[in-house]
Design a protein around this ligand. Structure first.
Ligand code: HEC
Ligand code: HEC
Ligand code: HEC
Length: 126
């Protein structure tokens, strides 16, 4: 249950996802000791893990992922380490974009952060 062991714990069953996550920018950063890099439970929650597809209350559902999951870290911890991971203007500028506005209007097929960047396989841009 220790923060640094969460991915291994979830990965005992979700083997493939844990492997992909481990190679992503978040997994690599977490392994290097960056405490703000998200592990499984930072995005999915702990005891209230929901199916991302069926339940609109899931923080990783298409309707919520951009604001609730990607947008949470800089809001919660405005320290330098977090800002290095996610520049502060990414979430508000997305919200003002065509995609963000369409999503707000209820069009769940509009691109969200994960549509372009991936989910467990998020990699560095450069
Ligand atoms: C003991 C094995 C086991 C462990 C450990 C485990 N899971 Fe699961 N998880 C499952 C099973 C089984 C399902 C149901 C899969 C299904 O219905 O297709 C599931 C479902 C899920 C779902 C919903 C997926 C879907 O398609 O409905 C998510 C998200 C999830 N787990 C995340 C996690 C996270 C995060 C952790 C670590 C905190 C974790 N799991 C630990 C076995 C496990
Ligand atoms: C950066 C946030 C983030 C992290 C970290 C993360 N997930 Fe996810 N996960 C998501 C999102 C977003 C979805 C929904 C994808 C979709 O709707 O297609 C998802 C979907 C899932 C699902 C269900 C769909 C599937 O692909 O089978 C499972 C199971 C799951 N994650 C397990 C894990 C486990 C285990 C870890 C840690 C090793 C993890 N996740 C780490 C954001 C995350
Ligand atoms: C329509 C596709 C798309 C969507 C939606 C999108 N991005 Fe991006 N993002 C990109 C592209 C393309 C780049 C690379 C831009 C470049 O190199 O000039 C990028 C770059 C980034 C970067 C790294 C580079 C930088 O700017 O420092 C971060 C972090 C990022 N996006 C976060 C997000 C977040 C968070 C969201 C959701 C709120 C999001 N993105 C939504 C396409 C998208």
């Amino acid at each position: 249950m220790n923060h640094w062991k969460v991915a291994d714990t979830c990965g005992e069953c979700h083997t493939e996802i844990a492997k992909i996550y481990g190679a992503s920018i978040h997994g690599v950063a977490a392994k290097a000791g960056v405490k703000d890099a998200p592990v499984c439970v930072d995005c999915h929650g702990e005891h209230l893990i929901l199916d991302p597809k069926e339940i609109a209350a899931s923080p990783v559902n298409a309707a919520n992922v951009s604001a609730e999951t990607c947008g949470r870290l800089p809001r919660e911890r405005a320290d330098r380490q977090a800002c290095m991971i996610l520049p502060a203007d990414r979430v508000p500028s997305y919200a003002d974009s065509y995609h963000g506005l369409a999503l707000k209007g209820g069009k769940l097929t509009a691109a969200n952060c994960a549509s372009c960047h991936g989910v467990h396989n998020i990699l560095q841009v450069q």
